[in-house]
Design a protein. Sequence first.
Length: 104
Amino acid sequence: MGLEDMTKILDRILEKKEKRRSMRRYEESREDFERIIGKPTIKINVKIPEGYEDQKKEFLELEQEEAFLKDVSKSLLRIVKKHLKKKREPNRNTHNTNRNASNK
């Protein structure tokens, strides 16, 4: 393998690294934009359930399955609403109590 071949290989490696860096910067910028302009989102990591370690491949494939994502989305929305409702209720009671006290 000659010097020219080594140079070409090194150039390809460096190009790939630069593409990865650019992609990483793009993702960070996109996330910043969405955080500022778009609807707020949260990310949740899901670990493979205990006893299913032998199905690692299948578990990882779930991330691409439309039916799975739809089920997860519906379930999480229900859970998020439930928790946000709980957090909202004490604030309303406090607000109503303050309003009643000022009307007396």
